[in-house]
Write a protein that binds this ligand. Structure first.
Ligand code: ZN
Length: 457
């Protein structure tokens, strides 16, 4: 049955950034089929289920263009130990959990994403096959970015020695291809698979070029962590003799289907190179802020990059990501007017969907996919609602997002997530986190940890 949400404020995030007041949106199957005055939309879709949109705003869902759901395992712990982490455990906490437990942590990240209005997420990590099926059943769009690297990363992090191994690179290429064969286009097209070089220092020139060939052959998008830290810049200079973005340019990894995550520690000539390639820059604002970094976003945009946004391993909360991004860029520029909330919303919606190769969603327009969120605007922190985009970017919270639709199907309705057992996942994730950290601390009692963790289970 078609659905109409009527008498709502509709934020299109289309090219004209239209906001329609007291308007309706009509949905049939997976598509938006009508948009305009409520009476007209009712006439177009007689017999539709009607959702009362009074006191509500309807927006396209957010696209989180850089995240790692399973790093929810380190919540409240890693945030204060910078990057690269100054906590020096010989084993990663993730090695203490089973595949089933890893799946639960990924579901936790997806749950939080849904609650804060994300309808499309770029999940980047290794061995994503483990929880691909769980991601398919979240109901949202997920791009699985299977990570490739041939560097012995623990050795580089601990001893500063950079050793590359062809077999390791080969295994990553095989994992990407296998994941693509099995999952690309699954869940009615909501799942897709991308090529994810881990970071410039972690991939040899040969592997970078093979990843580029694979990306072109599969016809998918690509990503990489780029200019993430001064440690990376120093490492690439030392091992390759050029800056990270120059290294990618030399090895054909810069192009207009690349989502470059971070783009923080960049020289002006790197910004120019990235811009000329037409790549997307994922502004991962909250994690940049917590690490004390601020990318030069307006310069990246002026050079030709399209700005998108991501959470990385901070809260899976694009409301926080938007507001932090707006604040950071204003502080950096010393400008109380730029960027505007309307611009930031565009980064987090239309631009982000395009970055993920999702040309059919990201704005509310007739003919596009019905991927949308419904926000309760009648809240103490949002009224009066004469300029809802600004009110929401400046004052909104994820809890204002009450309902979500993807592909025309409700994923969350009136505050209840319909695709996952939220209480069970939350309880299980609490148990998993306490147990994994408890075992790590018990195994390495002599590693300095300047905080106290309550790991009782
Ligand atoms: Zn990351």
């Amino acid at each position: 049955m078609p659905t109409i949400i009527d008498h709502a404020t509709i934020v299109s995030a289309d090219a004209g950034r239209r906001v329609l007041y007291d308007a309706a949106i009509g949905i049939e199957d997976d598509r938006i089929v009508a948009l305009g005055p409520s009476a007209e939309v009712h006439a177009r879709l007689p017999g539709a289920e009607v959702v009362d949109g009074r006191g509500k705003a309807v927006m396209p869902g957010f696209a989180n263009c850089h995240t790692h759901f399973t790093l929810t395992l380190s919540r409240g712990i890693q945030e204060d130990f910078s990057f690269p982490s100054t906590l020096k455990f010989p084993r990663a906490v993730a090695s203490y959990i089973t595949d089933e437990e890893r799946t639960v942590m990924a579901q936790l990240g997806a749950l939080e994403s849904i609650r804060s209005g994300t309808t499309a997420a770029f999940e980047i990590g290794g061995n994503l096959e483990v929880y691909a099926e769980a991601m398919a059943s979240t109901g949202i769009r997920i791009v699985l970015g299977e990570t490739a690297a041939d560097l012995d990363q623990p050795k580089a992090a601990h001893d500063g020695v950079f050793e590359y191994d062809d077999a390791r690179g080969e295994a990553s290429l095989e994992r990407i291809e296998a994941l693509h064969t099995r999952w690309h286009g699954a869940a009615d097209g909501r799942l897709s698979v991308a090529v994810a070089a881990h970071a410039p220092e972690a991939v040899s020139p040969g592997l970078l070029r093979r990843l580029r060939d694979l990306q072109e052959r599969l016809g998918t998008i690509a990503t990489i962590h780029l200019n993430q830290s001064w440690w990376e810049v120093e490492a690439v200079m030392r091992v390759r003799g050029v800056l990270p973005t120059e290294y990618l340019f030399q090895n054909d990894y810069l192009h207009d289907r690349l989502v470059a995550g971070h783009c923080r520690c960049m020289e002006t000539r790197e910004i120019a190179l990235l811009g000329r390639s037409g790549a997307y820059a994922s502004f991962n604002s909250a994690i940049a802020a917590r690490r004390g970094y601020s990318p030069r976003v307006s310069e990246l945009a002026a050079a030709g990059c399209t700005i998108a946004m991501g959470s990385d391993n901070m809260a899976e909360d694009m409301v926080e990501v938007m507001r932090t991004g707006l604040f950071m860029e204003r502080v950096r520029l010393g400008d109380g007017e730029q960027p505007t909330p309307e611009e930031v919303l565009q980064w987090a919606t239309a631009n982000g969907h395009r970055a993920l190769g999702l040309t059919d969603s990201g704005s509310l327009e007739v003919g596009k996919k019905a991927d949308l969120i419904v926000i309760d605007t009648q809240r103490a922190h949002l009224v009066p609602t004469m300029r809802i985009v600004s009110a929401f970017v400046h004052q909104g919270t994820p809890a204002d997002v009450r309902s979500m639709m993807v592909d025309g199907a409700w994923v969350m309705r009136d505050g209840a997530v319909l695709t996952m057992d939220e209480p069970a996942i939350v309880a299980e994730a609490e148990r998993i986190g306490r147990r994994a950290w408890g075992r790590l601390l018990a195994d390495y009692p002599d590693v300095p940890l300047p905080i106290r963790l309550d790991t009782t289970t």
